[in-house]
Design a binder for this molecule. Structure first.
Ligand code: F0G
Length: 462
């Protein structure tokens, strides 16, 4: 197609099945939110108009994937659908051992359960919350190694998801290379704003791993989205296809964990792939105990068929361009309105700097949670706080040690919402801007010991 820069970015698909969504009143939503302790994770989904809670497992499958579902081979062992998936994933990763799991965290629990344990240290650009939880659950330590500037929401750099290789080397020396269980590169870097990681950075990490004999794991649930940024931002990749960029990056790793609920374009599924024979055997034993036989993990044949098709479709240039540009569309329009967003816009989500937007709410009163609740009350939009509710800790006196940033994530499900849905979200921010000075924070009235954001309860401060 000719230069389409000045045209509306129209979705590269037609809709042939629709799912009605309910439009509720502000009063109804106020009550619903109060009933669930001001934690939108506990809302009923039919009470949500636009659900931007996550891009995980919330995408729409294509007609080809649905057709594949009908072809799923449900044999217990050695199913055709497994062979299809295995061939696609071997082609993508170049790794010999492919283990299917029911979702990403199952792959994490198996791999980090074996590599972890007391005294072990994992280093990562940023550990996603389930990654950190699975590591810490084994008694090991998870350390994020971000460059200082990357946590500044405003600084405009092409690869803000990169790991700080200088700090990484210092930490290896400090802890001793034999205690480093693995280096995990999260691609794109979800918790730091969905920012991409450059090929250069992964190559540098590979060299460091070789030097110290450390294992390199890629958590690549958004590897296709990352490839888009590499092609368009990193010199030397302009003429490489998105799929080949992903292949090159994955060939630098020793292991790959993937929640296929993102770039696998499926509603459920995960993968663990490995180079090492002995480690793979250990992982397979655990897989069979906890997930299922080695040729289905926790998945049905139809799930594997849809995933095999999704992992090819996701690299379609029209799809990826639409995906990344439509996320940027939301971010750019919010920025133009004066909403402080993490810049540049990442792949799967727009992150809002709630500390700046709700500057009058102290971090101890969770400004991010306040914004999450207001977006629901004003517009029926559900999203998630990525700040001190998610990552805050306490000191010995139970005083909050806040997260570095107080962000709110608007994650975009794949192929689900049209531009008019997104325009509606942009409009709701007018109300937020108008009323923000009257907004108040929250205190936590209940919290579990792990991953508290899922089930915490809040009280509104007046
Ligand atoms: N790694 C990353 C980078 C993730 O973003 C996620 C999930 C996982 C691992 C775990 O995968 O959910 O299939 O078990 N992220 C979702 C999110 C939940 O909303 O960002 P899972």
């Amino acid at each position: 197609m000719k230069n389409t820069k000045m045209r509306t970015l129209a979705e590269p698909f037609r809709i042939k099945m629709v799912e009605p969504v309910r439009i509720t009143t502000e009063e109804y939503r106020r009550e619903a939110l109060e009933k669930c302790g001001y934690n939108p994770f506990l809302l009923h989904s039919e009470d949500v108009f636009i659900d931007l809670l996550t891009d995980s497992g919330t995408g729409a499958m294509s007609d080809r994937q649905w057709a594949g579902m009908m072809m799923g081979d449900e044999s217990y062992a050695g199913a055709k659908s497994w062979q299809h998936l295995e061939a696609v994933v071997k082609g993508l990763t170049g790794m010999p051992h492919i283990l299917p799991t029911h979702q990403g965290r199952a792959a994490e629990r198996i791999l980090y359960g074996i590599l972890g344990g007391k005294g072990k240290v994992f280093l990562s650009n940023t550990h996603f919350d389930t990654t950190r939880a699975n590591i810490e659950f084994t008694g090991a330590t998870a350390i994020d190694v971000m460059p200082e500037h990357a946590t500044d929401p405003e600084i405009d750099l092409p690869f803000k998801g990169n790991i700080d290789t200088t700090k990484l080397q210092e930490l290896i020396l400090q802890h001793g290379s034999t205690n480093i269980a693995a280096i995990i590169m999260t691609v794109t870097n979800n918790s730091s704003g969905g920012q991409p990681v450059s090929m250069r950075n992964v190559k540098d990490v590979r060299n460091i791993c070789d030097q110290h004999k450390i294992m390199l794991v890629i958590d690549g649930c958004r590897i296709a989205e990352n490839s888009y940024f590499v092609k368009h931002r990193e010199a030397g990749y302009e003429h490489t296809s998105y799929e080949d960029i992903a292949k090159q990056m994955l060939r630098l790793a020793d292991a790959f964990v993937m929640s296929a609920k993102k770039d696998g374009l499926v509603n459920m599924g995960g993968l663990l792939t490995l180079k090492d024979d002995a480690l793979s055997q250990q992982c397979t034993n655990l897989l069979i105990i906890s997930e299922g036989f080695a040729t289905y993990g926790g998945l049905s044949g139809r799930d594997m068929e849809a995933m095999a098709i999704g992992l090819k479709e996701v690299f379609d240039p029209d799809y990826l361009h639409y995906r990344i540009r439509s996320t940027a569309y939301l971010g750019e329009h919010l920025k133009a309105k004066g909403i402080p967003v993490v810049w540049p816009i990442g792949g799967h989500a727009v992150y809002i700097d709630a500390k700046k937007l709700y500057h009058h709410i102290p971090v101890e009163e969770y400004p991010g949670q306040a914004l999450v609740c207001d977006l629901y009350t004003q517009g029926g939009i559900r999203c998630v706080e990525v700040g001190s509710v998610m990552f805050g800790k306490y000191d010995a006196n139970k005083k909050l040690l806040p997260a570095k940033n107080e962000l709110v994530r608007l994650a975009i499900p794949r192929r689900v919402y049209t531009q008019s849905h997104i325009d509606y979200v942009i409009d709701v921010f007018d109300d937020i801007l108008e009323m923000r000075e009257q907004k108040r924070g929250f205190k936590i009235s209940y919290e579990p010991p792990f991953l508290r954001h899922f089930t915490a309860q809040f009280e509104k401060l007046t």
